[in-house]
Design a protein around this ligand. Structure first.
Ligand code: PMP
Length: 403
């Protein structure tokens, strides 16, 4: 796996005061391999044109690449049809679109929406605001003492008032993975639709939307080696067909007259305007890269680094690991007694080690834990046990500097 680092040009070029970049902020975003950068620049330099309109060759080539990108995403998440794959600008955009087109038209005073206590603000605020606008209630499924989702509490909250359950696959702060299949199965027993925030899932395990039977699922390209500004909304075909368009404009219509507009079929119906063509092409290259390395291999490597980090950081007295026992993810949060997370992150940054400190867009979780923030490290295929050792040694230094 070590040799794969050379696939990421940033590690050859990026130096601060001669120090190499040690990038442990992969839950926030991932670095880009050569093949993704080349695919994007190849589009702009080789066959750039708009999609779905022109009959001249760069336009047909661009359209065909855009269509192939959708097919790659379909296969990547195990959807049964390309009609179920809608390109968005990211996870946040996808959540907002489902809120606006699926939830709001049916939400009434007294209805409920369920989210969990570990949600990222992107999978919390849009649902909360929708509830507020209609006099509905946002209910929050609590976590247990080990910071896992409390499934028996969840079961007791599933009533006929609930219009949708929105749940993250993996907590971006704790690295806790939820048992999606059981959660979705429970919700479906009560006829409740489930939206899965899969922003942290694609590099952890192979996604199979048919197997987990989710109704909606979303992820972002930039967290899976792809570019920013592109993401995916998966929805079951019948649901996407029944929803009003996520936006109106060109490219999503069959026929327009002064009196009425007949919408295009899926997926175009939900993609108004010129799409992020370069983003989709970059995402397709990222998916090729992931498939070449192997999702399972990537997931295993990240989870092993987390396990190793748990072992090494446990040696530091006064350092508390959160959700220490969590398995199968590459995200680990900790606090250090007497030292502010931002001081830790700033000190690490001086050594060229990139980590994230703060609330990680999970205020409700911080509130539950009664802390202001954590330091979060998150691993990927270009990280190594040597980097974890360096992190551990630098944290020792930080401790003697501040305390
Ligand atoms: N959900 C989770 C669990 C995330 O980790 C993130 C990104 N940190 C998001 C949603 C939002 O993703 P984006 O900013 O790409 O829309």
């Amino acid at each position: 796996m070590q040799s794969l680092k050379s696939e990421f040009p940033i590690f050859e070029t990026a130096r601060k005061e001669g120090k190499p970049l040690i990038f442990l902020d992969n839950a926030s975003t991932t670095q880009k391999p050569h093949c993704v950068i080349d695919a994007i620049s190849g589009f702009y330099t080789g066959y750039y044109a708009n999609v779905g309109r022109g009959l001249y060759w760069p336009a047909t080539a661009a359209s065909s690449s855009y269509d192939q990108a959708r097919e790659k995403v379909r296969s990547f998440i195990g959807a049964s049809s390309k009609k179920e794959v809608i390109f968005t600008s990211g996870t946040t955009d996808a959540v907002n679109k489902v809120v606006n087109s699926f939830l709001l038209p049916q939400l009434k005073n007294g209805d409920e929406v369920l989210v969990s206590e570990m949600e990222h603000h992107s999978n919390f605020v849009p649902w909360q605001q929708a509830c507020e606008s209609k006099g509905a209630q946002l209910k929050v499924i609590p976590l247990d003492a080990e910071l896992n989702l409390n499934l028996s509490q969840l079961a007791s909250m599933l009533t006929s008032k609930v219009k949708i359950l929105a749940i993250t696959a993996i907590s971006n702060t704790l690295g806790v993975k939820n048992d999606l299949k059981s959660i979705i199965n429970l919700a479906h027993q009560h006829n409740i639709k489930v939206f899965v925030d899969a922003a942290q899932l694609p590099l952890s395990e192979k996604i199979d939307v048919q197997k987990i039977d989710c109704d909606f699922l979303a992820f972002s390209g930039h967290k899976v080696f792809g570019p920013t500004g592109i993401g995916v909304l998966y929805g079951k075909q019948a649901l996407l067909e029944n929803m009003s368009p996520l936006a109106y404009g060109g490219g999503m219509v069959q026929k327009v007259s002064i009196d009425e507009t007949i919408m295009a079929d899926l997926p175009s119906k939900h993609e108004a305007g010129t799409p992020n063509i370069a983003g989709a092409i970059g995402l397709a290259a990222a998916i090729d890269f992931i498939n070449l390395v192997g999702v399972e291999e990537i997931g295993r490597y990240g989870a092993e680094l987390r396990k190793y980090a748990v072992k090494r950081l446990s040696e530091i007295e006064g350092l508390t690991l959160l959700a220490k026992e969590a398995e199968g993810t590459a995200i680990l949060s900790f606090t250090m007694e007497g030292i502010h997370p931002h001081d830790i992150a700033a000190f690490l940054a001086e050594k060229g080690i990139a980590v994230r400190a703060g609330h990680h867009c999970t205020h409700p979780l911080m509130h539950k834990l009664d802390i202001g923030g954590t330091v979060r490290v998150s691993f990927n295929i270009y990280n190594s046990t040597e980097e974890v050792d360096l992190l551990k040694n630098t944290l020792d230094e930080i401790k003697s500097f501040f305390l």
